[in-house]
Design a protein around this ligand. Structure first.
Ligand code: BG6
Length: 463
């Protein structure tokens, strides 16, 4: 079934700062936790240069405008604005994003800016990171600074990328395991920080809009056994609803509260938190979606070694609550990530029913080992197939009444994958480098570039 999308539908493409920019110590930038963390699969040097978008942004934006996008989701590196997270503003950093914004506006591309995408300033991490309240204050001040600097030109903002994944796969993203008590105190601080910036965005920017940006995957029970359904209930709450219920309703939901109680976690609130939670709300939900998740109830401790190793869904286990399960009805990509396009429609419907806010998809895409041919082409039909199946379900969700306002897949250009380095590519634009050799970083349009260009131009999927 083909769907024509609404006239004002937002077609975009997304990236983050630390995965693309490189220039990790240039023009006064400070170090972030992404510049310092040890990586399992690839050299830390990857991130130092990444896709060199810092120096190539004009070329990249020109190519993206040729592809036809009308929104571009990117993040600001906090450490370019405040090298140590707070203190004096680093003017060259502030100027850099001002130039990026102007370049986008020159091509009528609306910026959608993520305030923070996994790259907390290392100086703040050294003081306790999101575990301490002073990081909230520093984040709010940083957000106010960029709202004031760019709010005349940038109306759409996103808060903190995937706090849920950051805490769930802490070791892989932040480079360290966080004890559960500290993890959920961090949760509280992250979510309170978000509340403050909802409020400050609305106060400081005329017509400013802002939303949370969690990674949402609906959780299925492995079987129709009631205990598996309980496992799914808890994981849905801990993975998805705890975050969005906080953002959109200003509450800790009952299942999540029980999970915290069973784990003896006590959250410390500041006196102003309750009132803030109930008064600052988002304008939309930005959602990153790669797959759905299936869980069962773990029955014996010896079953705990999961080892399925799919970072987004199956590699999850918590004694007494849930354990990842390979869904036998779904296919996987070459990196073992489950593919579930219909699950996207169901997730969108569930989300819209629950929160009744406009939704924009700010990540969705296929990581693959692309190959550049001798004549400068990349035949990524597998990515086209993935995107087609998911865009189809976006259309179906809209037809079913969901207020989906846009689709901005991952990623605009090739970038350094969080888990796998540059070998796992997501972009519409190929960046010619390998793990070891950064070469000249030449850009090439993949087949998916031309395919997506056609989708955007016609506002529908090709027949
Ligand atoms: C999302 C992150 O969770 O997943 C991105 O927001 C990341 O930063 C994406 O790149 C895909 O994960 P990976 O490990 O394949 O890069």
């Amino acid at each position: 079934m083909t769907h024509t999308f609404p006239d004002n539908f937002l077609w975009g493409a997304s990236i983050s700062a630390h995965q693309t920019e490189g220039a990790y110590q240039e023009d006064g930038k400070g170090l972030s936790v992404q510049d310092t963390r040890q990586r399992d699969n690839h050299a830390i040097a990857d991130f130092k240069v990444a896709s060199d978008h810092y120096h190539h942004y004009k070329e990249d934006i020109k190519l993206l405008s040729e592809m036809g996008i009308n929104v571009f989701r990117f993040s600001i590196a906090w450490t370019r604005i405040f090298p140590d997270g707070r203190g004096a503003v680093n003017e060259p950093g502030l100027q850099h994003y001002s130039d990026v914004i102007d370049e986008l506006l020159k091509y009528q591309i609306q910026p959608f800016i993520t305030l923070n995408h996994f790259d907390l300033p290392q100086a703040l991490e050294d003081e306790g990171g999101w575990g301490v309240r002073s990081t909230v204050d520093a984040f709010v001040h940083y957000a106010e600074t960029v709202f004031q600097a760019y709010g005349d030109r940038v109306k759409n903002w996103l808060t903190i990328n995937e706090p849920n994944i950051m805490l769930l796969v802490d070791k892989k993203i932040l480079g360290k395991e966080i004890p559960i008590q500290e993890k959920y105190q961090q949760f509280h601080h992250l979510m309170i920080a978000e509340k403050y910036v909802f409020k400050r965005c609305h106060e400081l920017i005329t017509d400013g809009k802002i939303g949370p940006v969690p990674n949402i995957s609906l959780v299925y029970p492995a079987t129709s056994k009631p205990i598996d359904n309980q496992a799914a209930l808890y994981f849905n709450s801990v993975r998805n609803w705890a975050y969005l219920d906080f953002s959109c309703f200003g509450r800790y939901n009952t299942v999540f509260k029980d999970y915290l109680k069973q784990n003896d976690v006590q959250i410390t609130f500041a006196p102003e938190d309750e009132a803030l939670m109930k008064t600052a709300f988002p304008d939309y939900i930005a959602m990153n979606f790669y797959t759905t998740v299936t869980v069962e109830k773990p029955l014996a401790k010896k079953e705990m070694a999961n080892g399925i190793s799919d970072q987004q869904s199956e590699d999850i286990m918590e004694w007494g609550f849930y354990k990842g399960f390979t869904n036998p009805y779904l296919e996987k990509n070459e990196f073992n990530w489950t593919i579930d396009p219909l699950g996207l429609k169901t997730t969108l419907q569930t989300l819209y029913d629950r929160y009744n806010l406009p939704i924009i998809i700010t990540e969705n895409g296929l990581g693959a080992k692309d190959e550049l041919t001798d004549d400068g082409a990349v035949h990524d039909q597998y990515r086209i197939d993935y995107l087609k199946q998911h865009i189809e379900q976006c259309g179906a969700a809209i037809e079913a009444g969901v207020n989906l306002i846009g689709y901005s897949p991952w990623s605009a250009i090739d970038l350094v994958s969080v888990h796998e380095g540059i070998s796992k590519r997501y972009g519409f634009i190929y960046v010619d480098r390998t793990e070891e050799d950064t070469k000249e970083m030449k850009r090439y349009k993949k087949d998916s570039f031309y395919w997506y260009q056609d989708v955007i131009q016609t506002n529908q999927l090709p027949k």
